[in-house]
Design a protein around this ligand. Sequence first.
Ligand code: ISE
Length: 339
Amino acid sequence: MLNVGFIGCGSIGRDHIERVRNTVAGGRVAGVFDVVDEAARKAVSDFEVDAKVYGSAQELIDDDAIDVVVVASRNDAHLEPILRCIEIGKNVLTEKPLTKTSEESRKIVDAEVAAGRRFVQVGFNRRYDPGYRRLKAIVESGEIGSLLLSNCRHYNAAPATSYYKTDDVILDTFIHEIDVMQWLFGENYAAIEMKIGKRNSLNPAPDLDEPQLAIVETESGAIITVEININCQYGYDIQCRLVGESGIVALPDPAMPEIRKNLAITREIDPSWTARFEESYNEEFKAFFQSVARTGGPAAIPTAWDGYIANITGEAALASLHDKRRVEINIPEKPDLYK
Ligand code: ISE
């Protein structure tokens, strides 16, 4: 049983504490830290865990009583705790994005390469979703031939926070497709072009420009389009259709009962990602615990390298948004550690 220390007890941090407490075997909630001390104490009492509340992230990481660390703090507060974990040799599962910039994420990659081992698993949870995993298996079986095109939908009913901005649409929302499509296509991206669509009058935030449309080109010339709409009002709606040379495969919707009533057939849509992707979050934690418990590491996928190249693509997307042009993506050579 691994003693798990949690850094960040906001909404996703609380979800993870709860899943380790109640659902996923192999770990015990042993410590918590949040910059808002009250949030850490509340998590301990709400989930009735026997966990120590630490005064700083470093104090938690450095404590011998903590075996592995989960980072679920704000996106701009991931770098220091992850670097500290690598420095003292502790495995860490961090929420996505790895960091907010490719420069910061490169520091994590370099630290792992210098240490000669992977310690970091990045929370691109979709790689553990049963639907996406089936897509991957079908692609790899060769059943629909080489991929030519893809069309994705990433819709949120409303933005995740009241301070969500245009750039967050890329670095916090679209970053999921950046990672998962690169994984499905099994090749690097070559270029990206972003467009901002007509403003939704129900979008409450002045500096949040969306919906956005991404047109991504892979190295082999395949084209992926992604609609990102985070004020869709009606629910959390994730779609993905892959077009191969001899067939098409689409991501299944989550199984929901169909109700026939009042001259209509209806099926519920999940309200948010926590419900829609619950199984994938549980599976990513299982993989994290198993990789550490079974082998003492290295960490499971997605790796810090995946987090880093997602940042490079995110930055190209931002440049495209700001300069209104197609931007080339240059992915550096992958170090042996990640091959
Ligand atoms: C959130 O952090 C997620 O991970 C969701 O999957 C995404 O849809 C949402 O926009 C993000 O804020």
